[in-house]
Design a protein around this ligand. Structure first.
Ligand SMILES: Nc1ncnc2c1ncn2[C@@H]1O[C@H](COP(=O)(O)OP(=O)(O)OP(=O)(O)O)[C@@H](O)[C@H]1O
Ligand SMILES: [Mg+2]
Length: 285
């Protein structure tokens, strides 16, 4: 498959980059003797929310770090918007780096900076010429966009609840108006209601801002509620990608256990109930 990418003309590569913001071929990642990924392939379609699942330690976060160029792979190709991340010139890399936003696992806000200052970090990095007045305005806008009250902008992370911290992290991820958003376990640690609200926000922002989302999660409710497709990491590869009904047909034991287990059935029931309520409400309107 990798020859396919190699043989494309620039024009075709650009077109591929439009339809598939992320294309991965033959990715191998290892730490010492431990191979995390081996000949892994994955395509992410433009405009989709792709859920990425897999047992703990299967390499979901490492995969994300590879795509954003923080983890140099042993071999393989990773294209983001048609640019080869693993071979990019430094300035070429910058041209792509400001087209994505990242919410790292655990949130990772700078604790000594206010929420607004956190949001301004990537802005200052990529647009050092912006005035402080404009930086403040953009930060305030991003804070409100993620459903936080305006006052949250001047608060420190320690003054926020877990759910508010996630929103603040999302505001920072959206600082550069990205086309591509990486979310690593965004609802981990939130109560089910907070998690569901965050999911709703993700879906709404994806649709209104035209984002493509790479969403790592353990949260079955999130998968059912907002993911267009789900990629399953196991055996050092992406062993399947598809809608949940498609994955239910897959015989792989991990997939069966995960999507047909008791927790999955509970998530399906919640999702079906939600849809029924929606239909009911729209019928009455
Ligand atoms: N910098 C590193 N050095 C050495 N080993 C690493 C490094 N980063 C990750 N690993 C190893 O790579 C494997 C995959 O880690 P990764 O963090 O991607 O898992 P994950 O699927 O995100 O797990 P979780 O669901 O717990 O977040 C693990 O065995 C981990 O110990
Ligand atoms: Mg992880």
């Amino acid at each position: 498959m990798s020859e396919h990418i190699d043989n494309e003309t620039d024009h075709e590569a650009a077109a591929g980059g439009e339809d598939y913001p992320i294309r991965i071929r033959g990715l191998t990642n290892a730490f010492g003797d431990v191979t995390v990924h081996e000949e892994l392939d994955l395509d992410v379609r433009r405009g989709e929310i792709l859920g990425v699942v897999g047992g703990s330690g299967t390499g979901k976060s490492v995969l994300m770090r590879s795509i954003i160029g923080l983890q140099m792979p042993q071999s393989g190709e990773i294209e983001v918007f048609g640019h080869n991340i693993t071979e990019a010139e430094p300035d070429e890399e910058i041209g792509v780096r400001n087209r994505w936003g990242i919410l790292f696992q655990g949130g990772a806000l700078f604790s000594t900076l206010t929420v607004a200052e956190n949001v301004q970090v990537p802005l200052k990095q990529f647009y050092p010429e912006l005035s402080q007045k404009l930086l403040n305005e953009i930060a305030r806008y991003k804070v409100v966009l993620t459903g936080l009250p305006e006052e949250a902008a001047s608060k420190f992370p320690s003054e926020l609840s877990g759910g508010m911290k996630k929103r603040a992290g999302l505001a920072r991820a959206l600082a550069l108006d990205p086309e591509l958003l990486f979310l690593d376990e965004p609802t981990a640690g939130l109560d089910p209601i907070g998690g569901a609200k965050f999911d709703e926000l993700t879906r709404e922002l994806t649709d209104t801002l035209g984002l493509t989302v790479f969403l790592i999660t353990h949260d079955l409710d999130t998968l059912y509620a907002i993911c267009d497709r789900v990629a399953v990491l196991a055996d050092k590869k992406v062993i399947a990608v598809g809608t949940i009904p498609e994955l239910l047909e897959n015989e792989h034991p991990w997939i069966q256990e995960y999507f047909n287990g008791p927790r999955a059935r509970a998530a399906t029931a919640t999702h079906e109930r939600g849809k029924a309520l929606d239909n009911d409400a729209s019928g009455k309107a």
